[in-house]
Write a protein that binds this ligand. Structure first.
Ligand SMILES: Cc1ncc(COP(=O)(O)O)c(C=O)c1O
Length: 426
């Protein structure tokens, strides 16, 4: 299998119903699924639609085997020694919520997040601040993507209980040195949670060797079906978490007055699970591994380099984060003076079949502090090729040509030809 030919395996990218060519550049939100994922899910529902670990009939036996195999595969993929370190959940948001609500907080405990976190790794801590009296400390990050170890040391000197940071930013694609962060944190007695949503689809994680406590990811950003996420944790860390919900499948035994919980990860997976989804996610993982993360990352770097070279230096275009595309391989985030990001996104879709994300990318706090209405984000994955990059570049250039020569006031002007669709605030 070859990254250059991957596009053909994705049904959503095939021309159908008269649709013209699409450049899907929104994989940071969710990736597309290849044929093997659809087949695996169809197989589950048509050939062995059962519940794992409950009944003894053949459907149940088969789904149990496949569900366990998926857990083994994800454990190996993230570099952890045992499949019991992998908890299947709905998404990374649920994984972060599980840690946030599962630890035994004491008033005054401190949590450190950066000033560029996705809402999924921010508002949960704000709620704990209000409801449990924890303190939320903010680590400021540089605008250019450079890493400031001193800033982390200063923050850690305030006796942090848990550091919760992104591994790769969904806003500008920069990555943080999580091994170094984990070492510094542990030296000071802090636990670590990394939000791997934008990293795990693109790079090897090596959980055990990194020495981190928790890692959250969403399989629907790495070729899996929607609503599939994972929390990876060390046995010690998982054993101290209170489950978000308990019930069927989470107990060893129960009487009318008492119960005993099963060990992790089963105590965290209450009720009937998304078996079809997890089996599909496993098929997505196999596809990803057959192509290889290294090949994917190098193709993305090259594509991002081409787009960056073509669009940087243009008057009105401002690229977010690191200047060098190699330091943000999967993401090209930008603003254009004089146009609202939503208008730009609609123009690119209608005019060029280029599907990008616009708005605040669930990092409202970052834009709010800068007085920005949002940005435009093109995110790349294995099915993107040079034609997709070229469509984006041509679309942005046409947009710039259509803009009035001077940006006007705080509410930016729309280009002529703006489609009538209503933009949603994201
Ligand atoms: C960095 C980051 N964290 C968390 C999330 C939330 O992921 P999910 O919606 O799959 O829970 C996203 C989604 O875009 C993300 O990019």
């Amino acid at each position: 299998m070859n990254v250059a030919r991957a596009r053909a395996d994705f049904p959503a990218l095939r021309p159908h119903r008269g649709r013209s060519r699409i450049a899907y550049l929104d994989s940071a939100c969710m990736s597309l699924v290849p044929d093997p994922v659809l087949r695996a899910m169809e197989e589950y529902y048509s050939d062995f639609p059962g519940c794992a670990g409950r009944s003894l009939h053949r459907f149940s036996e088969e789904v149990s085997r496949r569900y366990d195999a998926a857990r083994d595969a994800f454990a190996e993929f993230v570099g952890t020694s045992a499949s019991e370190h992998v908890v299947f959940l709905r998404n990374a948001t649920e994984a972060i919520n599980l840690v946030a609500s599962g630890l035994d907080w004491r008033k005054g405990d401190r949590v450190l997040v950066s000033d560029q976190e996705h809402n999924s790794n921010l508002v949960v801590w704000q709620r704990l601040q209000r409801e449990r009296g924890i303190r939320l400390d903010i680590l400021p990050l540089s605008a250019d993507g450079s890493w400031d170890a001193e800033a982390l040391e200063r923050a850690l000197s305030r006796k942090i209980r848990l550091i919760s940071l992104f591994h790769t930013s969904n806003l500008d694609g920069r990555s943080l040195p999580i091994r170094e962060i984990a070492e510094r944190a542990h030296d000071r007695g802090a636990q670590t949670l990394f939000d791997g949503c934008q990293a795990a689809p693109h790079r090897a994680v090596d959980f055990d060797r990194l020495g981190i406590d928790f890692y959250a990811l969403s399989a629907h950003k790495m070729l899996g079906p929607t609503g599939t996420g994972i929390l990876v944790g060390t046995p010690q860390a998982l054993s101290k978490l209170r489950p978000l919900g308990i019930g069927g499948e989470t107990v060893q035994w129960a009487t009318l007055t008492d119960h005993e919980l099963r060990p992790p990860p089963y105590r965290f997976e209450a009720g009937l699970q998304n078996y079809g989804g997890i089996i599909g996610a496993h098929a997505g993982l196999r596809y990803l591994q057959r192509i290889g993360l290294a090949a994917i990352e190098s193709a993305q770097r090259e594509l991002n380099r081409e787009v960056t070279e073509a669009l940087s230096g243009l008057a009105r275009v401002h690229i977010l984060g690191p200047e060098d595309a190699r330091d943000r391989p999967s993401i090209f985030g930008f603003t254009i003076d004089g146009i609202d990001p939503h208008d730009a996104a609609l123009f690119l879709d209608e005019g060029w079949g280029v599907l990008v994300r616009s708005g605040m990318h669930c990092v409202h706090s970052w834009y709010e502090r800068r007085g920005l209405t949002g940005s435009i984000r093109a995110s790349f994955y294995l099915y993107n090729n040079r034609a997709d990059g070229a469509a984006l570049v041509h679309g942005v250039r046409e947009l710039l040509e259509r803009l009035p020569s001077r940006p006007e006031g705080p509410r930016p002007a729309s280009p002529r030809g703006r489609p009538a669709r209503k933009a949603r605030i994201a």
